[in-house]
Design a protein around this ligand. Structure first.
Ligand code: NAD
Length: 250
């Protein structure tokens, strides 16, 4: 049986109904945490919450006005919900850019703001931000995503500095391409913008920079998130952990 080291802990995972978020929900729940699955996909969130004996929070996290003044009770917050859009800057839809900053920067800020007072009161907390190799490196045609992930790195580090004296850690996880619905949706867009067949996208675009030529699996990311949530990671804060097959070693 898996060690129940997170028993009694309450975790909120945004975008918890799919991909990396879903893998994190399962990781935390299997270790005894009560998990809140925060996702815009209502049916999927309910199904995942039922599977792990947790709770669904059906929410559109791009609606940041609704998150102002929010107060949340959680020991672990995983800021994971995110989307991708691939287009050159001159053609990049301005409203889409703003939308992505709201979902991937403003909402994580508001959620951190909502959980910190409770974490400070209890003297313990874990903020885990699912950034990306694109939080550390740029790629053409991903202006909103790369901008948002670089901002998330800054948010995570400031949270680490302020949270440290209160027993709260904050870290980023920086994966290369992970096998999830988000990446599957991106293959057609990448083929179009690079002018290559869809069948070439994984090898010629997604794996060009990595030393290990395969996609990351969602449960590999979740196991790192699980370790960051553990007692053993108590001195790890303000860090950005790559899980990128060597991409950023270049
Ligand atoms: P995914 O598409 O499989 O899952 C994303 C989840 O977020 C979905 O359940 C979706 O419903 C939810 N979501 C989207 N918009 C939302 C909104 N407005 N409000 C609430 N929930 C919303 O994606 P994934 O690949 O698991 O990506 C998760 C995170 O990991 C993202 O932040 C992404 O940038 C990051 N990431 C992914 C990869 C990758 O290759 N897949 C690599 C590096 C980083």
């Amino acid at each position: 049986m898996t060690e129940q080291d997170l028993a009694g802990r309450r975790a909120i995972v945004t975008g918890g109904a799919s991909g990396i978020g879903l893998a994190c929900v399962r990781e935390f729940a299997s270790r005894g945490a009560h998990v809140v699955v925060a996702d815009i996909g209502g049916d999927a969130a309910e199904a995942v919450a039922a599977e792990v004996g947790g709770q669904a929070w059906v929410v559109d996290l791009s609606d940041t006005a609704a998150q102002q003044g929010l107060s949340l009770d959680a020991d672990i917050l995983v800021n994971n919900a995110g989307i991708q859009t691939v287009a050159p800057i001159p053609e990049f839809d301005v409203e889409r850019f703003r939308f992505m900053q709201r979902l991937m920067v403003e909402s994580p800020f508001l959620l951190i703001r909502a959980v910190l007072p409770g974490m400070y009161e209890r003297g313990w907390g874990r903020v885990i931000n699912i950034s990306s190799a694109h939080g550390l490196r740029a790629s053409a045609f991903k202006v909103a995503y790369v901008t948002a992930k670089h901002a998330l790195e800054g948010l995570s580090k400031v949270t680490a500095l302020e949270g440290g004296p209160h027993g709260v850690t904050s870290n980023c996880i920086n994966p290369a391409y992970v096998r999830t619905p988000l990446v599957e949706k991106q293959i057609a867009d990448q083929a179009k913008v690079h002018g290559i067949p869809e069948s070439d996208v994984v090898e010629k675009i997604m794996l060009t920079e990595t030393a290990i030529k395969r996609l990351v699996e969602a449960d590999e990311v979740a196991s790192l998130a699980g370790w960051l949530a553990s007692e053993r990671a108590g001195m790890v804060t303000g860090a950005s952990y790559t899980i990128d097959g060597g991409w950023t070693a270049r």
